[in-house]
Design a protein around this ligand. Sequence first.
Ligand SMILES: [Zn+2]
Length: 80
Amino acid sequence: MGFMDSLKTEQSKSIGGTRCAVCAFLETLPDKDAKEFQAGLEDKRFSHSSIVRASIAEFGVRLNPQSVARHRKKLCVSIT
Ligand SMILES: [Zn+2]
């Protein structure tokens, strides 16, 4: 196993071994929705909890505010 592989493995362990729920959710969205959702995530005017509530209202998906916070700080695994 190469160093990058080890690094990715360690990174995923450090976030509890589970994949970022927000990243996983983004992949399930059609392009148009994913773009809007991404724009909302990147807009600092919106709070984590607003994003959670809007996701429930719009997509019927309940995201964990901590996952949203982690994703927005780019602490989730974004290396692919
Ligand atoms: Zn993420």
